[in-house]
Ligand binder design. Structure first.
Ligand code: FAD
Length: 487
């Protein structure tokens, strides 16, 4: 017998570790799938993610039951639970897929020791990424600190095909395992999320992938920055929880690429110049960004709390009472900057935010409000269903100019021009900021320039801008210059 320990890979299809465990089972032997509710992990969770995880687990269990097997669920410290379960099932080994964050690696080291002490073998696999951390490096063997070269190598490396679902015969019989019920969200000390969290599970993830590949993937390059166009895959939560495998997603892009090339040929345009081809490439680049940040976190686990980029002096973030009131206005989507407020409200409503808007709100927090990126990271961590330590931290530090951005600190987004450019008709803004739904796009995008009287007339309940962008921009530049020792 072999235990397969599910963690961030809540699926039976295209699961490298599970497929390997099944393949290694001798005749008459089987894999016992296990999930452990770990209180240390739950300490870092938030209700939207717990909801998604429980729904994904319910589907995973159904998938096993359809194959005549069942998912064993347990609660406690995996370093104690797994050796006990291994003994209960007479398992000679525990198999799992690697998780690259610092906390997970610490836990896994403890689990390895406990299994060694119990005389149980363990085997791990790389599943969550195409190219595991440490394999795409500079010529000197160092991890990349900027994306461009990493991305090029990532694209050039061969990708593995999806792994097969284990056959029913390779899985433990349902009768041989306890069918303890999955806990309710309240049993895990969380309340139901206020946000409308997207449907969880492999079937829902596959539907999203299929929908995306039907059309949006071919115009991704043009449309992905426009939040109202809904032109992105919405797969981030699935990739975070592993309800779909990265190989399966990549295989779909290969099919899309063949179609895109055919379209290019039909139009008589050189394939590489065609938008559809460029779009599929661009989508793959986002998958590469995900793996880039995974390796940044793996090589620098301290970035969860520390700046990735070193400055000569500490950055002088605002911390006053007034600054905390601004932080609250940002969290509540009440800054008086329409695109920022729309994003912050989308986050609360859907446990998700569009990527362009994530960049805008993050730039606003750090460079218009001069607030430490850690405040933003913590808020995202509390509200995002797709919160992923590597991507969230990477995104925040990039926006705050403390991370891997090749551009220096003077990349400061102007929230009005960003809104005007990426939501020209203010459609996205009207959806999430109903106070502005009757206001013309021109007035929405020049909200900061209107007189107070005009604003009251147009949208009496929508706030005035809490700061003046041009003034804060200058303050931000001085703040970063001081930190660089240039003042
Ligand atoms: P698509 O555009 O369809 O992209 C496909 C997949 O590629 C995504 O599902 C995601 O897995 C990956 N991806 C896309 N963009 C990025 C990126 N910039 N960096 C890393 N991976 C990317 N992404 C998360 O998955 N979890 C987070 O916690 C997270 N926090 C972020 C915080 C900030 C401040 C910023 C600026 C970005 C953050 N991102 C995060 C990246 C990005 O915003 C989301 O991955 C994306 O919006 C998810 O939507 P999608 O699945 O439709 O993306």
């Amino acid at each position: 017998m072999r235990l397969f320990w599910h963690r961030r890979d809540l699926r039976v299809a295209d699961n490298r570790g599970l497929a390997a465990a099944a393949e290694a089972t001798a005749d008459g032997d089987a894999v016992v799938p296990v999930f452990v509710f770990d209180d240390d992990v739950l300490d870092h969770a938030a209700s939207p993610r717990v909801r998604f995880m429980l729904d994904a687990l319910a589907e995973l269990r159904d998938d096993y039951r359809e194959r005549g097997s069942d998912l064993v669920v347990a609660r406690g410290d995996p370093a104690e639970v797994l050796p006990t379960l291994a003994a209960d099932h007479d398992a000679e080994a525990v198999v799992w897929n690697e998780d690259y964050s610092g906390l997970a690696r610490e836990r896994d080291a403890r689990v390895r020791m406990a299994l060694d002490d119990a005389g149980v073998a363990r085997e791990t696999h790389h599943d969550a990424v195409h190219h595991e951390p440490g394999t795409i490096t500079t010529n000197d063997g160092d991890p990349y600190s900027v994306f461009t070269y990493f991305g090029r190598k990532w694209h050039d490396r061969e990708k593995t095909d999806p792994f097969d679902v284990p056959a029913g015969d390779d899985l433990v019989d349902a009768d041989a395992v306890a069918d303890d019920p999955l806990p309710d969200i309240a049993d895990l000390s969380f309340s139901e999320p206020e946000a409308d969290v997207q449907a969880a599970g492999t079937e829902a993830a596959r539907d999203r992938l299929a929908d995306f590949c039907e059309d949006a993937v071919y115009r991704y390059d043009d449309d992905r920055d426009y939040p109202a166009r809904e032109a992105t895959s919405r797969l981030s939560t699935d990739l975070k929880w592993g309800t779909i495998g990265v190989r399966e997603v990549y295989a779909a892009t290969e099919e899309a690429m063949r179609d895109a090339e055919a379209m290019a040929d039909d139009d008589g345009v050189a394939a590489e110049e065609h938008d559809a081809v460029a779009s599929v490439e661009e989508f793959r680049s986002q998958l590469a960004w995900r793996e880039f940040y995974t390796q940044v976190l793996w090589a620098n686990p301290e970035v969860v709390t520390e700046n990735y980029k070193e400055y000569e002096h500490p950055i002088d973030w605002r911390e006053s009472e007034e600054a905390m009131a601004d932080l609250q206005a940002w969290k509540d989507g009440e800054t008086g900057y329409p695109i920022v407020d729309a994003g912050m409200r989308q986050l609360r409503e859907e446990a998700y935010m569009h990527n362009r808007v994530r960049m805008i709100v993050a730039s606003f927090l750090t460079k218009d409000l001069l607030l430490d990126w850690r405040h933003g990271y913590e808020h995202f961590k509390r509200h995002l269903a797709d919160h992923d330590t590597a991507n969230d931290n990477g995104g925040w530090q990039w926006a705050a100019s403390t991370g891997t951005d090749a551009q220096p600190y003077f990349r400061i987004f102007n929230p009005m021009t960003q809104g005007e450019r990426y939501d020209p008709d203010a459609e996205y803004i009207s959806e999430y900021v109903p106070e502005l739904s009757g206001v013309s796009a021109d007035n929405v995008h020049s909200w900061h320039e209107l007189s107070v009287g005009r604003r009251r007339q147009l949208a009496p309940d929508y706030p005035d801008p809490i700061v003046e962008h041009s003034e804060m921009r200058e303050r931000a530049l001085s703040m970063y210059k001081r930190a660089r020792g240039e003042d």
